[in-house]
Design a protein around this ligand. Structure first.
Ligand SMILES: [Zn+2]
Length: 374
């Protein structure tokens, strides 16, 4: 079974988390034993992706710009927040360089066209390659210095982006964090720069990822943007309203999900307990086994019911997105366990064909249609 994961932060974990993606998960867990728990227990590396049959991932360039921060107080060396866009640009170029170096070393292959994707899937399925295919995205557009510069990024391999991440970017309002000190984390519309960037993206035929948009920015963008929209990593607000560490706007309302489906989008479901189960609290405050792969199945089912088919839901695990296996559903110790969701969906009445769509087929069809032909 070929698996595709719609959202990981491989380079960011390497550059900001000192995680060598070429090592085994067990080796990184050993290395990080006793580390500050905010880093989370490691679940993702390239050998682990190979072991789990994950042939293609969409992985980020991630560096935010927050000019209002006080460098003396709020910025640590490993922070992803920079005080201006020149620095965000350079930091994200560093992440791009990391992917390119690992490509030269034969560890992964950056996929830039539908033809390359098809070739890659054929070689992976036939056992001719074990390189992980990577489609490059940007989690928040701050590294794009001015809207026209997205053309340079596109020429360098970037194929999609989110306008903002947590909090405000120069282009849009991202999903607010739950940090009470973050006065800039409010709902809001796109900025002038945001609208200008969407125009450039339309010309480049780059799909827009709405997973981190605040509500107002979501609706502004979906109205203004003529291209393809989708959501790489989120779950359903109808099932989880507000949770430990999660602002409600991080998850999509039914109306938003329906709009994404109507525009031929795909929604990637995250494997983060706080996105999956209402009332979730970190252990030891709650039973770590209270969230299971069945809980993932409930969100998958909800999206399928809204969509009227199983053609719009997929995996967007986010498994290296600032949490570790202490916050993943029971049965999902590392990314190599994603295939275990299959039997859970089978118990819910999904056909083998639909399970294959969820695990990889829907993303493959989406990217075949939304990458340049060659
Ligand atoms: Zn994210």
């Amino acid at each position: 079974m070929l698996i595709v994961d719609g959202h990981l932060d491989l380079a960011n974990n390497a550059l900001r988390g000192e995680r060598d993606q070429r090592l085994a998960v067990a080796a990184l867990r050993e290395r990080e034993r006793g580390a500050d728990e905010s880093r989370g227990i490691c679940t993702v590396t390239l050998p682990e992706l190979r072991r789990g049959g994950v042939a293609v991932v969409v992985s980020t360039l991630l560096a935010r710009c927050k000019p209002w921060l006080d460098p003396a107080r709020s910025i640590k060396r490993t922070s992803i927040d920079y005080v201006d866009e020149t620095m965000s640009f350079a930091a994200a170029q560093g992440e791009l360089a990391y992917y390119r170096l690992l490509q030269q070393q034969g560890e992964l292959r950056v996929l830039e066209s539908a033809r390359q994707l098809d070739e890659h899937v054929e070689r992976w399925s036939g056992g001719a390659t074990k390189q992980v295919g990577v489609i490059l995205t940007m989690e928040g557009a701050d590294p794009i210095v001015e809207p026209e510069q997205v053309r340079t990024w596109h020429a360098q391999g970037l194929r999609t982006l989110m306008l903002a991440h947590f909090g405000r970017s120069r282009f849009a309002a991202g999903t607010p964090s739950t940090d009470p000190d973050e006065a800039h984390d409010v709902d809001g519309p796109l900025t002038g720069l945001g609208y200008a960037l969407l125009k450039e993206m339309e010309q480049l035929e780059m799909p827009l990822d709405l997973s981190h948009s605040s509500d107002q920015s979501f609706f502004c963008a979906i109205d203004a943007f003529g291209g393809t929209v989708y959501s790489s990593h989120a779950t359903c607000r109808a099932l989880v309203a507000e949770n430990w560490g999660v602002h409600p706007m991080r998850l999509h309302t039914d109306e938003q999900l329906r709009l994404l489906v109507r525009r031929e989008g795909v929604i990637g479901v995250t494997m983060f307990n706080a996105h999956l189960q209402e009332g979730y609290k970190p252990p030891p405050e709650s039973d770590p086994d209270s969230v299971t792969l069945q809980t993932v199945g409930v969100h998958v089912d909800h999206i399928c019911q809204l969509a009227g088919s199983a053609r719009h839901v997929a995996i967007g695990s986010d498994l290296d997105g600032g949490f570790g296996c202490e916050h993943t559903p029971r049965g999902l110790d590392t990314i190599a366990d994603l295939a275990r969701i299959g039997p859970v969906l089978s118990d819910r009445g999904f056909s083998d064909e639909d399970i294959g769509r969820f695990l990889g087929g829907n993303w493959l069809a989406f990217w075949r249609g939304n990458l340049p032909d060659r």
